[in-house]
Write a protein that binds this ligand. Structure first.
Ligand code: PMP
Length: 297
């Protein structure tokens, strides 16, 4: 699924076969989740193959590395150029792209390393959470405390929390988890940001205890351009009882509707919500069919 006989991946300056891209089982990153990553998508657009917001993603990768003291020896421009080269070598157009900066040297210490490794892979991947509206549940697991870890950085170790919450929700018969922050406010999904709609306006958690999604920022821009008010503010799960609709956003998931949270089923059909309209606009934007001024790269 992620690779075939012809796949090439990038590892530390070379394009190699996936089986040649190996890593020590004594690697610091493997033991401590001490690595930073990104998730980008490329699309076939009216102007050729384009990576959506490559600059923003690679700037966030730099921020993530910096936040945990992980060296990153490549500039945003170099990372972007390497990624386009990787797509071309693999003849990929609509792809998901996964760069990973990790500490691959055998090292059982818990001190930041002097060097790091860079791995980038790309593959065709459908919408991560599918196309159907999702049934969410409020997770008993909170997002990590921002005073314990830099939660706005995309650090591999944070995803142990995501996997635990998502698996728990699926085990209980739901499609995905919705996590609260340490103060009991709704934060985000395990791999996506959350919005709800009330009286024609949108609400989403503010910066501070979430990963500030690039899709989230794009959707906020699209909504505001269309004259929809977007509130970035704290809210409690009880407030969702008054919501008319909701959706999740993320590079892998794109924009996907939510039909219910716990026992509460939204009355408005998803097709009639602002989320459904934004999902269409998002697709038009990433494929270059609309609003090109919102594209930075
Ligand atoms: N929150 C979390 C925890 C995520 O893993 C992701 C996916 N990167 C998002 C939000 C959405 O971020 P983006 O829109 O930049 O992909």
């Amino acid at each position: 699924m992620y690779f075939n006989d012809n796949t090439l991946v990038f590892l530390d300056g070379h394009f190699v076969k996936p089986e040649q891209a190996s890593c020590s089982v004594y690697a610091q990153s493997l033991h401590y989740g001490y690595a930073a990553f990104e998730g980008l998508r490329s699309y076939s657009t009216t102007a050729g193959i384009r990576i959506f917001k490559a600059k923003e993603h690679y700037e966030r990768l730099h921020y993530s590395c910096q936040a945990v003291g992980l060296p990153l020896a490549y500039t945003v421009e170099e990372l972007t150029a390497l990624t386009y080269e990787l797509l071309e070598l693999n003849r990929l157009s609509d792809a998901y792209i996964r760069p990973l900066v990790y500490a691959g040297e055998p090292n059982m210490g818990i001190k930041a390393p002097a060097t790091s490794n860079l791995f980038i892979a790309a593959w065709e991947w459908g919408k991560y959470l599918g196309d159907q509206c999702l049934r969410l549940m409020i997770s008993p697991y909170e997002r990590p405390n921002p005073k314990a870890v830099p939660i706005e950085a995309k650090i591999s170790g944070h995803y142990a929390n995501s996997i635990v919450a998502s698996s728990d929700a699926k085990m209980k018969g739901y499609d995905e988890a919705l996590l609260l922050d340490m103060h009991g406010f709704v934060a985000e999904g395990p791999g996506s940001n959350f919005f709800f709609e009330k009286n024609g306006e949108l609400y989403t958690a503010p910066a501070g205890s979430i990963l500030q999604g690039i899709t989230r920022a794009t959707v906020i821009e699209l909504a505001r351009e269309a004259g929809v008010r977007v509130h970035e503010q704290f809210f409690r799960p009880e407030e969702l009882l008054e919501a008319e609709g909701a959706f999740l956003t993320g590079t892998a998931a794109e924009v996907v509707g939510v039909s219910s949270i716990g026992e509460h089923v939204f009355r408005k059909p998803y097709a009639d919500t602002i989320g459904a309209q934004l999902a269409q606009q998002y697709t038009a934007l990433v494929t270059g069919k609309a609003a090109p001024h919102l594209l930075s790269t």
